[in-house]
Design a protein around this ligand. Structure first.
Ligand code: 5GP
Ligand code: ZN
Length: 111
């Protein structure tokens, strides 16, 4: 997707503060953090949102879910963290490439 911001980050065309990546996912710091730790986890393939998932994504989604606590632990969030996936315009999604917010630490805002 040539006009997708997060695809441009994956391609290296837009800089990001990357904390983890492998062949399936990229994890980087949110540019406007809402808590001490605020990361975004994205799949390296372009998927618009949670609403576009199908069974062909089963392995990828399981992989992402299992990586989240590992990343939280790496960030020192041993006593807990919050994950958020905004879906669609009415769900508050602003960037239309599936992403999971991983938030934690002090200053975690109320839900
Ligand atoms: P959404 O509202 O779509 O769930 O979240 C999009 C998130 O992407 C926001 O928290 C916003 O701060 C973050 N964001 C938007 N543009 C950029 C960018 O260019 N770089 C980074 N690292 N984060 C971004
Ligand atoms: Zn994309």
């Amino acid at each position: 997707m040539s006009d997708c911001l997060f695809c441009k980050i994956i391609a290296g065309d837009i800089p990001a503060d990357i904390v983890y990546q492998d062949d399936k996912i990229l994890v980087f710091k949110d540019i406007a953090p809402k808590a001490d730790v605020h990361l975004l986890m994205i799949p390296k393939i372009h998927i618009e949102s949670l609403a576009q998932l199908n069974e062909s994504h089963n392995d990828l989604i399981a992989y992402m879910m299992l990586k989240l606590p590992e990343l939280a632990e790496d960030q020192g969030l041993s006593s807990g963290f919050r994950t958020i996936i905004n879906t669609g315009k009415d769900g508050g999604q602003e960037v239309f490439h599936l992403h999971t917010h991983l938030l934690g630490g002090n200053n975690l805002p109320g839900f």
